[in-house]
Write a protein that binds this ligand. Structure first.
Ligand SMILES: Cc1ncc(COP(=O)(O)O)c(C=O)c1O
Length: 385
């Protein structure tokens, strides 16, 4: 029996969403929340506008992009975009893990668009980005949260494209550089890189996306919760603090706290650096490990937020898929029981292994501190087989 490591991470929250709160967070940060007050009143609306303004500023979003809070978290934001914008052109949809595959289902089976090309890759890889036709609308996930594979950058996207690019970037925004001009729709939620609360989505639209909204009317009905136009014109209020329906003012306050924390530590460069430091800590450990490897095949596509590990040890590889799942679950259960890493079992559809969140709210010292525990938990399971 190997001895338990002596050092514990300060926080064991390595879950990929809802993600760890920022360092130093306490419920006291919510003291000034506009509770029991209208989100359309002076105070409530000012907070929503401030949230949008601070987000834009930190992210360096171009002035001519529109940003709004929308219902139903990142999923709501993506679906608003898909339902409102698609159908005007053919669509290329890229997927390499379960969230991207969910958008494939929406486009092919729910919207049932007639002209769709599906570019799919296995877990760990990216589809061939050179095959994408930017004369068509292009839908993809910037960072595939369940496989830990991200697009390397936006260089594969031409500036003079005719179609729109729609990116689900929920586990990338605030941790990775987002080349705004390459993207017409960008979505995220508060619960990811800044450790905010779930259920509110952010939707950023380029001028070309807005032009599409104002010149194209889908043949299907759009429910109120997704509707961004009225009489063929953009409902500008959605992007000026007049949300479609009622947001939680508690969650708004929490997100404001996260944004102020982000500004205080140095803004986007500091957030990216913190996330990269988490990846670096795990890379240094994986380089020496005889049992763990990254699921992402190519370093350039390796996520610094949803960091997915596979178990390369020959005994584990020789197991059936169900047995692998059971063994990986035992490792994550031990980490959970010890209170050193919660909720780090890999996502159910992926090759069984572990997934540790390395977004900006996670301290690299904690990521470093958890690595001996990974070895310890693995050794327990490997020796008990
Ligand atoms: C890439 C991606 N898309 C969509 C979602 C769904 O996000 P939400 O639960 O905020 O709607 C997630 C959640 O983990 C995700 O990682």
């Amino acid at each position: 029996m190997s001895p338990k490591p002596s050092v514990r991470p300060n926080t064991a929250n390595f879950c990929s969403g809802p993600c760890a709160k920022r360092p130093g967070w306490t419920p006291d940060v919510l003291a000034d929340a506009a509770l029991g007050r209208s989100h359309r009143g002076t105070l409530g609306k000012a907070k929503i506008v401030e949230l949008n303004d601070r987000s834009r500023k930190i992210l360096g979003m171009p002035d001519d992009y529109s940003l709004g809070i929308v219902p139903a978290s990142d999923t709501g934001a993506v679906e608003m975009a898909l339902w409102s914008l698609l159908g005007a052109r053919g669509v290329d949809v890229l997927a390499w893990e379960s969230f991207g595959l969910g958008w494939v289902t929406d486009i092919t089976k729910q919207l049932k668009l007639p002209d769709v090309r599906t570019l799919v890759a296995e877990y760990g890889a990216l589809p061939d980005l050179s095959q994408v036709d930017f004369g068509r609308d292009v839908v993809f996930t910037w960072n595939g949260t369940t496989s830990g594979v991200r697009v390397p950058n936006g260089d594969w996207i031409p500036d003079d494209r005719a179609g729109l690019t729609i990116a689900d970037a929920t586990s990338a925004v605030f941790a990775m550089d987002i080349p705004w001009r390459k993207l017409d729709v960008v979505t995220w939620s508060w619960q990811k890189v800044l450790g905010g609360e779930a259920a509110h989505g952010m939707l950023a639209l380029s001028p070309r996306a807005i032009e599409r909204l104002e010149t194209y009317q889908p043949s299907w009905p759009i429910p109120k919760i997704f509707r961004m136009t009225s009489g063929g014109k953009l409902i500008k209020g959605i992007f000026q603090g007049d949300t479609i329906n009622t947001p939680s003012m508690l969650c708004v306050e929490d997100q404001l706290d996260a944004l102020k924390w982000a500004e205080g530590i140095g803004g986007l460069p500091a957030l990216i650096k913190r996330s990269q430091a988490n990846l670096a800590a795990l890379e240094a450990w994986v380089a020496k490990s005889d049992w763990a490897a990254f699921l992402a095949e190519d370093e350039a596509t390796r996520s610094s937020t949803s960091i997915c590990l596979v178990i390369k040890a020959p005994w584990f590889q020789a197991l059936s898929r169900d047995e692998q799942t059971a063994a990986a679950k035992k490792i994550s259960a031990l980490l959970d029981q010890e209170g050193v890493a919660f909720d780090v079992m890999s996502y159910r559809d992926t090759p069984p292994g572990l997934r540790l969140w390395g977004g900006a709210t996670v301290d690299a010292a904690d990521t470093e501190a958890v690595t001996p525990w990974l070895d310890w938990a693995y050794a327990q399971v490997a020796s008990a087989r």
